[in-house]
Design a protein around this ligand. Structure first.
Ligand code: BGC
Length: 249
C-alpha cells in the first residue's frame, strides 16, 4: 500500500500543498498553490489551506504543515515575516476549528531540512549539517548525525545593523537590487560567519534561489562545504508530510 500524506507549506507569498509519497520522497499529486492572503491573518491563511485540502480531497486524516516561524507544540511563537496576529496562535486548534482535521506543524526550514536529509544531499551525512532556505527570510535547520535540533533561527541572528536575513535572503537581493556578484559576495560573508561559529561539515542551500546556484557559486569560498539542495521547491511540503507521519504514530 502506498504511504501517502497531505502537507501544506505556508510561505510569505504563497501557500502550497500536495499529497506526498513518503516512501519515495516525491509529490504524489499536482502541487496546488494560492497566493498568501493579505493581510495573512490566521483565519485567512487557514481558510486558504482549507481550499487546498478540499482540492486534493483529503479527508479524516491529519495534515502536515510547514510554517515560517518558531513552532513549539504546534503553537506559533514568532512573526518576523508573517502577520503579527499569529503570535501565540495554536495551529492545531485553529486548523481543527476551520478545517475539522487534526494537524502537526513544524518550522518551514526544519521541514525542508528533514526532507533534504532523508532524500537529498544530506542523506547519510554525519556531523553537523545546516540547511539554509533563502527566500523572503532566511530559514535554518540544524542536524547532528541526522538528528534535528529544532527552531534554530540563523536568519534572525543579529548581523551588522539588524539581522542576517535583511542582507542575505533572496528578498534582500531583490530589495537592494544586487547583481549576482554582489549577492554572491554578500551571501558568502554570511556563510563564512555561520561557518566560523558552528563549523558545519556541510551547508545545504534551499529555497527558490537554490535553482540559480550557478549564478553566484563562484563567489562562495570553496573551502566552505556548500551545496545546493536537490529537492528545490518541494522540500518544505515533503518534510512537513514526513514530520506529520512521524509524530502521528
Ligand atoms: C523566520 C523563520 C523561518 C524563515 C523562513 C524567518 O523570518 O523567523 O522561522 O523559518 O523566515 O521562512
Amino acid at each position: 500500500m502506498q504511504n501517502i500524506q497531505l502537507a501544506i507549506d505556508v510561505g510569505a507569498t504563497g501557500i502550497k500543498g500536495a499529497l506526498v509519497d513518503l516512501d519515495k520522497g516525491e509529490l504524489h499529486s499536482e502541487r496546488i498553490k494560492y497566493d498568501t492572503p493579505k493581510p495573512a491573518t490566521p483565519d485567512a491563511v487557514i481558510s486558504t489551506a482549507k481550499k487546498i485540502i478540499e482540492d486534493l480531497e483529503w479527508k479524516d486524516k491529519p495534515i502536515g504543515i510547514g510554517f515560517p516561524a518558531i513552532i513549539k507544540n504546534n503553537v506559533c511563537l514568532t512573526a518576523s515575516n508573517i502577520d503579527k496576529s499569529w503570535i501565540n496562535v495554536d495551529l492545531k486548534k485553529i486548523v481543527h476549528d476551520i478545517v475539522g482535521l487534526d494537524s502537526h506543524t513544524i518550522n518551514d526550514a526544519d521541514a525542508a531540512g528533514i526532507a533534504e536529509m532523508h532524500f537529498g544531499k544530506g542523506k547519510d551525512q554525519k556531523g553537523t549539517v545546516i540547511m539554509l532556505t533563502l527566500g523572503t527570510g532566511i530559514g535554518s535547520a540544524f542536524f547532528k548525525d541526522g538528528l534535528l535540533l529544532p527552531n534554530i533561527e540563523l536568519g534572525r541572528m543579529y548581523y551588522r545593523e539588524s539581522v542576517s536575513e535583511h542582507y542575505a535572503s533572496n528578498s534582500a537581493r531583490k530589495r537592494l537590487d544586487l547583481s549576482w556578484e554582489e549577492y554572491g559576495k554578500e551571501l558568502n560573508e554570511f556563510l563564512e560567519y555561520v561557518d566560523r561559529i558552528f563549523s558545519p561539515n556541510l551547508m545545504m542551500i534551499g529555497g527558490g534561489i537554490s535553482k540559480k546556484f550557478e549564478k553566484y557559486q563562484e563567489f562562495i569560498n570553496p573551502n566552505l562545504n556548500v551545496t545546493p539542495a536537490v529537492l528545490k521547491n518541494n522540500a518544505g511540503i515533503i518534510g512537513a508530510a514526513m514530520h506529520c507521519q512521524l509524530v502521528s504514530k
